[in-house]
Design a protein around this ligand. Sequence first.
Ligand SMILES: *Cc1c(COP(=O)(O)O)cnc(C)c1O
Length: 376
Amino acid sequence: MRPLQMVDTKTQYHKIKEEVDAAVIAVMESSQFIGGNVVNGFASNLAAYHASKHVIPCANGTDALQIAMMALGLKAGDEVITPSFTYIATVEVAALLGIKPIFVEVDPKTFCIDVAAIKKAITPLTKAIVPVHLYGHAADMEPIMQLAAKHQLYVIEDNAQGIGNDYTFSNGTIKKTGSIGHIGCTSFYPSKNLGAFGDGGAIFTNDDALAEKLKMIASHGQSKRYYHDVIGCNSRLDAMQAAILNIKLAHLDEYIVARRKAADYYDAAFAGNKNITTPFRAANNTHVFHQYTLLLNNINRDALHQFLADKGIPSMIYYPVPAHRQKMFDAFGGSQYHLPVTDWLTERVISLPIHTELDEEQQQFIVNNVLEFVNR
Ligand SMILES: *Cc1c(COP(=O)(O)O)cnc(C)c1O
């Protein structure tokens, strides 16, 4: 059996090695390392894939979120509503800009932001909602967009884990997550579903004026070279990463199929086990399984993690501490929040290896060991 890893980017690379190596060498030969045709070409291919009017590439997913908040004019004293059950980047950038993150509960089934909780958290200071498509399952965007329209709020989707998910509205319209809100943000961190060989990120919008602002802010606020109209930052996707991503983008749908197939295998193997809840899949979206995360009932999670580790099976806790309990947010009254669903989930989740290169022998081994521990 091949050794087990949470993600196997090396085997994935070897399947497209010739193409990738040639593309990287072509960038080196061109010496166009920043900007240029390769970056622009990738941005327009990604826009087409996403059916988004504009794609603004940037340095990473964290920057994408920060630039989005800056472009929407969010400023110190404003409030943004986000789930506490997320990767820290979602909320850290708000705090960095002096914006107050307001943490709300998630739905215990989907692990994504709870719409009823958003409603209760809206105040006159609220400017935006930041739903996170956690683990690759879509937040319920239709009611979120309705609520945002009613209260004139912006919606910034954190699509770092959700790229490729098709969300279906009640009228039958299908949109990719990340192209539903006013702005969508994603990450090309190597382990993400569309991963670079280094850092990368992108911002999506259908709004022309917003696209101009996003572009300006990502490039030192300049409207033309050496004319800086607004305060910005320096956030670029380099051409080598764009060249690699362009090749991998053509495989993204097949990568998603492979992840969903691996998830189906786990689902079937764990079905009906009273100690394990397998990932919920709402009918209105196509879970892209950035993570395959079990919810454990009456199981010692740390002991399971160690048991698996002893057998050479990696597992991870995403995330052991919800944002509102991070020391970072003490100054924002983090410890005063009462988010029992979030606390309950973060104490019980465990993620198993999932990626495009898992084979049945590996999955069988993982499943057998999880069941051996859980059923004893
Ligand atoms: C990975 C991730 C980010 C940040 O992306 P980076 O490219 O690592 O900066 C933000 N939000 C979520 C939910 C993520 O998973």
